[in-house]
Design a protein around this ligand. Structure first.
Ligand SMILES: [Zn+2]
Length: 172
């Protein structure tokens, strides 16, 4: 097991669409273990493969509260097949440090994916953190960050703040 480096915005790999996993081989299993360890250490509720530099259609998540037993969900080749309703949810991202904002999301999603055994499974998130995490992670696999889903006004504020920080950063 190893803690992997988490890439930050605006790293170009975060913008790339990912490739389907053809075979769940030992290297993929190792990557999943390392991603889970990296996510728990961060700590975060989800982590997608592009965030650790792997352009693969793979993500891990665990939305159980910290004081309860872990429940790792592994999403291999996930696709959202059903959506229902809309909601607003405040999100952050391990690849966009120190920034949170409300994002418009679907209330309910049904995701079809494969589990570690390669079997087809469905994961349902309905008006809860799981629903939002599923949408956020699958966005990562399509090269979309939550800041891409903000209104233009909010996105401009974010980018201005980022520029300001990098300008200030050069003084040191
Ligand atoms: Zn994220």
């Amino acid at each position: 097991m190893a803690i992997l480096e988490i890439l930050h915005y605006p790293h170009p790999i975060l913008k790339k669409k990912t490739q389907l996993i053809q075979k769940i081989d030992p290297a993929i299993r190792q990557l999943i273990q390392d991603m889970a360890e990296t996510m728990y250490a961060a700590p975060g509720v989800g982590l997608a493969a592009p965030q650790v530099g792997q352009p693969l259609r793979l993500a891990v998540l665990d939305v159980t509260p910290a004081n309860q037993p872990k429940n790792l969900v592994v999403l291999i080749n996930p696709e959202i097949v059903v959506t229902e309703g809309e909601c607003l949810w405040e999100e952050g991202c391990l690849s966009v440090p120190d920034y949170c904002e409300e994002v418009k999301r679907k209330k309910k999603v049904i995701v079809r994916c494969q589990n570690l055994e390669g079997e087809k499974v469905e994961v349902v998130g309905d008006n809860n953190l799981l629903s939002i995490a599923l949408q956020h992670e699958i966005d990562h696999l399509d090269g979309i960050l939550f800041i891409d889903r903000l209104s233009k006004l909010k996105r401009d504020v974010f980018k201005k703040r980022l520029q300001k920080e990098s300008k200030e950063g050069k003084k040191f």
